[in-house]
Ligand binder design. Structure first.
Ligand code: NAD
Ligand code: MG
Length: 392
């Protein structure tokens, strides 16, 4: 029996994780679930899965959640605050931590799980984008097992040779990340400029949280994923390619030196990579329907359109720049996406806010987490002030 903490249990990945876990009650039990605003959902999840702890961000939410849990006759203990998040990630009663908080808020608790040597299922790509070097050093130093949950990275992980982590990379030519192209793939630039938050969040193949849905529409998601791949697979940006594949059936590919290309296929349902992460190195039924290729009939591929989706290039350049550039990119993007979702800026202002924020910084190599957080907060302030000045 493995004891699991889910950071971000109320979100899209959190719900899918609980779905897989509830199919295997003899293998997994829930230690802690965390959430932010959806208290009723968190109360229900906590009671249904007999969680020992439920964690929220503040005292008022904690009081409300306790009442909701009592009403449901549950016995989950409610705690709150950033330290509490880290505590349930590092507790010695936990074996597996699913890191599924969205954005920079996920960094500290995910790192706590890594520093205590857990098996960490990483959905929160933003932690690697912000602090890849510090994060991966902590994985090594503390003997943590880091398993990628992002579907592309999970696919690549499945396609790499067994000895990849021993350091022999000579057999690999390229890692190829597939991308659906998002809801605006076939739209022209003028139409994209008028896109609404509802349109940006209506992803054609995947059902996800709002922030990653907007990132998928702008293709920033793929840019963040290239940076994520660089750190996870210890490679350089020139070995990472992006391939548009609108059906989201081929989740990513590895090109070998002998001309072989290995790909992982499956229906677009996050329960597959989640089940793989939970059971690794074994496999587990996930509840995902069998892939029916004859019904799908056609799989198509095309190169990404960088003119139409400048975020991909901006992210790529920030990754090449290195140092704190990716942390600044990530922070500015989070602020821009929030402003877009609130209706304060248009869709095409997102890359402009990110680019202008990056332009206003001199980059350096952050040596500590505090330095990363400092770059993150300065970038947020710069992006907010750009948006306030309504320069777009
Ligand atoms: P979501 O918005 O559906 O859920 C986010 C979760 O984070 C919620 O449980 C929420 O309570 C929690 N949260 C938000 N702000 C918080 C804060 N300030 N403090 C504490 N908790 C907070 O997001 P999602 O789609 O589940 O994505 C989660 C992560 O997984 C993201 O990093 C995303 O990039 C990554 N991811 C998601 C998918 C997907 O299919 N949804 C695929 C690949 C990667
Ligand atoms: Mg992905």
């Amino acid at each position: 029996m493995h004891s699991v903490t889910i950071l971000g249990a109320t979100g899209s990945i959190g719900v899918s994780t609980l779905d897989v876990i509830s199919q295997h009650p003899e293998k997994y039990s829930i230690f802690a679930l965390t959430g932010c605003r959806q208290l009723e959902k968190l109360a229900q999840q906590s009671v249904q899965h007999s969680a020992k702890f439920a964690v929220v961000t503040d005292e008022l939410s904690a009081k409300k959640l306790s009442i909701l849990i009592q009403e449901l006759k549950g016995s989950t203990e409610v705690i709150f605050g950033k330290d509490a998040l880290s505590e349930v990630a590092r507790s010695n009663q936990v074996d597996i931590v699913m890191a599924a908080i969205v954005g920079a808020e996920g960094l500290l608790p995910t790192l706590s799980a890594v520093e205590s040597g857990k098996k960490v299922l990483l959905a929160n790509k933003e932690s690697l984008v912000m602090a890849g070097s510090i994060f991966m050093a902590a994985v090594k130093q503390n003997g943590a097992t880091l398993l990628p949950i992002d579907s592309e990275h999970n696919a690549i992980f499945q396609c790499l040779p067994q000895d990849y982590s021993d350091g022999d990379r000579s057999s690999i030519k390229k890692l190829i990340l597939s991308a659906s192209g998002g809801p605006f793939r076939t739209w022209d630039t003028a139409k994209i400029a008028m896109a609404t938050p509802a349109q940006a969040c209506a992803h054609p193949n995947w059902s996800m949280g709002n922030k990653i849905s907007v990132d998928s529409a702008s293709m920033m998601n793929k840019g963040l994923e290239c940076i994520e791949a660089k750190w996870l697979f210890d490679t350089s940006m020139d070995r990472i390619d992006v391939l548009i594949h609108p059906q989201s059936i081929v989740h990513s590919l590895v090109q070998y030196v002998d001309g072989s290309v290995m790909a992982q296929l499956g229906n677009p349902d996050m329960r597959t990579p989640i089940a793989y992460g939970l059971a690794w190195p074994k496999r587990l039924p996930s509840g995902v329907a069998d892939l029916n290729l004859s019904e799908i009939a056609q799989l198509s591929f095309e190169p990404p359109d960088i003119e139409k989706f400048p975020c991909l290039q901006i992210a790529y350049d920030a990754a090449k720049e290195g140092g704190d550039a990716p942390a600044i990119l990530n922070a500015a993007n989070e602020i821009a996406v929030e402003a877009f979702l609130d209706g304060r800026i248009g869709f095409t202002a997102i890359p402009k806010v990110v680019e202008k924020t990056l332009d206003s910084f001199d980059f350096y190599e952050p040596q500590s987490l505090a330095a990363v957080q400092d770059s993150d907060s300065r970038a947020r302030a710069a992006a907010r002030s750009l948006i306030k000045r309504l320069e777009f």
